[in-house]
Design a protein around this ligand. Structure first.
Ligand code: HEM
Length: 270
């Protein structure tokens, strides 16, 4: 059945823009127009001095292959999870005390006394699992779509490093509440690392910050968790996205490229 298109209701006269008088110059009038003008001129001021808009346009306005679907949003979803972790992490760091005597108490304080503390802590705790799930789904998508093949091998390798760094975030973050569970689970984790060939014992000493698990271990985990690894993830993510923009994304494997003959026929028909 053919759909009937209902015409849009007419705009009331009061809402219509006033006709402009010829020969008179008009600036922004409403607060919204003033805001838009201020925003545009600030962006213009920065762009005139940096020419950054060219790079932003190159990054954002790209052609994507036919058949691009929801699975292609998993990378951006992982990035969003990381950003959420970074923002909630900054607020947690304002109250967290990385000392064996203060750590548990500071987390209790965040949960019970600080305004919205339990929400922010919960977002950070559950967000870590969300990021791990998303990164695996994204990796699965790129694997099954064959996106690791030429010329995107380097982006796959960078992805593997991002995966290891994300797991390092989960591992080092787990110790921070410093309760019985996190303490003993981290000892098991560090011991497992120690069984690795050649580098195992060195890795063990590095993670423990010495031969024993103690106060310095907690500060070492904290510094790895909130400075070293997030910095590396942010830098590598930037490079990962640069390569995505540079190389474009892979078409879904079920779309076969058209033959030269079919393309020519399409051109003639158009
Ligand atoms: C912090 C983690 C990561 C972030 C934020 C991230 C982000 C992204 C984004 C936004 C894209 C473009 C859109 C898309 O295909 O989803 C992408 C593409 C890609 N990613 Fe990731 N990624 C991450 C981890 C990984 C991992 C673990 C791998 C594999 C080991 C990987 C391999 C790739 C590849 C090969 C592409 C190109 C896809 C194509 O050409 O179709 N990424 N990534």
């Amino acid at each position: 059945m053919a759909k009937i298109k209902v015409p849009a209701p007419p705009v009331p006269d009061q809402l219509k823009p006033k006709p402009k008088r010829p020969g008179k110059t008009y600036g922004p009038q409403t607060p919204v127009e003033h805001g838009a003008e201020a925003g545009a001129s600030t962006v213009g001021w920065i762009d005139e001095r940096t020419s950054l808009s060219g790079g932003a346009r190159w990054m954002m306005f790209r052609k994507v292959p036919k058949g691009t679907n929801w699975f292609y949003t998993l990378g951006s979803a992982t990035m969003f999870a990381f950003l959420s972790q970074a923002v909630t992490g900054v607020f947690l760091a304002m109250y967290y005390d990385p000392a064996p005597k203060g750590a548990y108490e500071s987390i209790r304080h965040i949960n019970d006394d600080v305004f919205l503390g339990e929400l922010v802590h919960g977002m950070h705790k559950w967000g870590s699992s969300v990021m791990v799930v998303l990164i695996f789904l994204h990796m699965g998508r790129t694997f099954f779509f064959g996106a690791y093949k030429y010329p995107r091998e380097l982006n796959w390798v960078i992805g593997v490093v991002l995966l290891i760094l994300t797991m390092t975030m989960s591992f080092t973050g787990y110790l921070l509440p410093f309760d019985q569970r996190s303490y003993w689970a981290s000892i098991v984790g560090v011991n497992i690392n120690g069984t690795g060939p050649l580098v195992g014992p060195y890795l063990n000493d590095f993670l423990r910050a010495g031969p024993y698990f103690g106060a310095t271990t907690l500060s070492r985990f904290y510094s790895i968790h909130m400075l070293l690894v997030p910095g590396a993830i942010a830098a590598l993510m930037g490079f990962h996205l640069y390569l995505v923009a540079r190389l474009g994304t892979t078409a879904p494997p079920w779309l076969k490229p058209k033959t030269a003959e079919a393309l020519r026929e399409e051109e003639v028909a158009a």
